[in-house]
Design a protein around this ligand. Structure first.
Ligand SMILES: Cc1cc2nc3c(=O)[nH]c(=O)nc-3n(C[C@H](O)[C@H](O)[C@H](O)COP(=O)(O)OP(=O)(O)OC[C@H]3O[C@@H](n4cnc5c(N)ncnc54)[C@H](O)[C@@H]3O)c2cc1C
Length: 459
């Protein structure tokens, strides 16, 4: 245990900040956490609207690969809230067709055999040329993706000649679902990394959903765990600037002018907010900090639509290469506690949540225009069951800067959790760890950052 007198000030109450607060209070630090919004959870946050319906920042799928997240959830007693779905990935197409990548309960890579030989859409020849393109990945394993960070996934795919249909129908929605940017922008490293993990670890691509809102089943339990053990939470307080003098952080000035001081400072902010609080002197002192300006957030839009009938019975995540809905789910199937509308039961009807991307062009459109495009995309995918369907309610959340954009050559600018300033640490999805900007990444970054603080504090 660490002595009580070592204090840590955490900036940001997203999943990374909240996880770090738990880790550090567990090790005996005195912890204060500052969050600028009126709720915790950041990009995983959810809230009830004035009609009592849950609104989410975005659909959150729990990948089987996120062991660190499940360890955390077991520690706070919420792991049983993850409902694991059938191990398959289904893609819905305009015109009503669909195809599914199934898996077998077999050791890697045999678990992928049905996906390659029997997906009901791609010809065996196409899958074979794709399988051939993965030979370097199979041989060099996790050493291979980092060598491909210099190019986009489209450039990599063209080099490996596995055909436009696979790129357009399978990888376009995958890139958009993962990081909200298309294959012609995303670094090849990201898709190859994910493919390598899916290839190597049979359960990594299995998806889970929470049985209700992230607030009820992850964020509030995490907050309550740490609050009951003494973390001081300051909600609705924004950090304005880190005060840097004599080679150390001396305090944090808040937007109301107050100054907070601690032994250690942990910034768990989105990278664009981190850049704002970073003083110019620190940036000019060291490229570690000025390079952070190169990482930019990606815009994304989340839409929910309640229909007056059941459009799909699919109880799983869904992908679509056609229209503006690369990844979506019918929450009335996946998330039992969401079978409601305006406080009343919502049985045998569809309540979809869509991740709308790429969103750069769509951000300027009105809510009505965006909902109309999403509605059209879903009607195209389900021409039969959506015939005559009416929208009972729709909601929309625009996030101008969400996860950092993993464009080619950006990996080198992702910072470590330990910084060149001895009492300043970083956490968050954009910092260096295995899972990029995701829930698993946020938790892993917080574990690493708290480990560094513990080490520096002599624990
Ligand atoms: C639409 C959408 C869908 C997603 N889907 C998935 C998914 O299916 N699976 C998955 O694993 N991940 C998903 N993610 C990514 C995941 O949500 C993020 O990677 C993760 O939540 C990042 O957590 P974080 O703590 O690093 O950052 P954040 O959640 O951004 O937390 C940062 C916190 O800092 C606060 N803050 C900012 N500035 C200040 C300031 N000046 N002072 C004080 N506080 C400040 C913010 O308000 C915020 O609460 C999705 C993200 C989005 C947007």
């Amino acid at each position: 245990m660490q002595e009580k007198n070592k204090s840590v000030l955490i900036l940001g109450g997203g999943l990374a900040g909240l996880t770090a607060a738990k880790r550090l209070i567990d090790r005996g630090f005195s912890v204060t956490l500052l969050e600028k919004r009126s709720i915790y959870g950041g990009k995983v946050s959810s809230w009830k609207d004035e009609e009592g319906d849950w609104i989410e920042s975005g659909t959150h799928c729990f990948f089987g690969a996120y062991d660190v997240l499940y360890d955390l959830m077991r520690e706070i007693g919420t792991y049983q809230s993850v409902l694991w779905k059938d191990h398959k990935l289904t893609y819905t197409l305009s015109g009503g067709d669909s195809f599914t990548f199934n898996t077998w309960e077999m050791p890697s890579p045999l678990h992928l055999v049905p996906a390659i030989v029997n997906n009901g859409y791609f010809r065996f020849r196409e899958m074979l040329s794709f399988a051939k393109s993965l030979v370097p990945l199979a041989v060099k394993k996790d050493k291979y993706p980092p060598t491909q960070d210099h190019q986009t996934f489209t450039a990599w795919a063209k080099q490996h000649k596995f055909g436009d249909r696979l790129l357009e129908k399978m990888f376009r929605p995958m890139a958009l679902a993962l990081k909200f940017i298309p294959p012609e922008e995303i670094s090849a490293k990201i898709i190859l990394d994910v493919t390598e993990v899916f290839f190597r670890i049979p359960d990594a691509s299995c998806m889970g959903f929470l049985k209700g809102s992230p607030q009820d089943h992850l964020i509030n339990p995490l907050y309550e765990y740490s609050g009951s053990r003494g973390v001081e939470f300051l909600l609705g307080k924004a950090a304005e600037e880190l005060l840097y003098e004599n080679g150390e952080i001396q305090g944090v000035r808040l937007s109301n002018g107050d100054i907070l001081r601690a032994d250690y400072y942990l910034c768990a902010l989105p990278v664009h907010n981190l850049n704002k609080v970073m003083p110019g002197s620190l940036k000019s002192d060291n490229p570690f900090f000025s390079d952070l300006e190169k990482l930019q957030g990606v815009p994304v839009i989340s839409v929910q639509i309640w229909y007056d009938r059941k459009i799909t019975g699919e109880d799983n995540v869904l992908f679509s290469p056609d229209g503006v809905i690369p990844v979506y789910a019918d929450l009335a199937n996946t998330t039992p506690e969401y079978r409601t509308l305006r406080g009343k039961p919502f049985d045998n009807k569809s309540r979809f949540e869509f991740c709308v991307a790429p969103a750069k062009e769509l951000m300027q459109l009105s809510k009505e225009e965006i909902i109309a495009r999403v509605d059209q995309s879903i009607r195209n995918c389900y021409p039969e069951t959506s015939k005559g369907a009416e929208i009972l309610k729709s909601t929309l959340v625009k996030i101008p800067q969400s996860v950092y954009a993993p464009l080619p050559n950006m990996e080198q600018y992702r910072p470590t959790q330990k910084t060149p300033v001895s009492n300043l640490f970083l956490a968050g999805g954009f910092t260096q760890q295995l899972y990029y900007d995701s829930m698993g990444g946020a938790v892993m970054s917080a574990n690493l950052a708290s480990g560094e603080i513990l080490r520096v504090a002599g624990g």
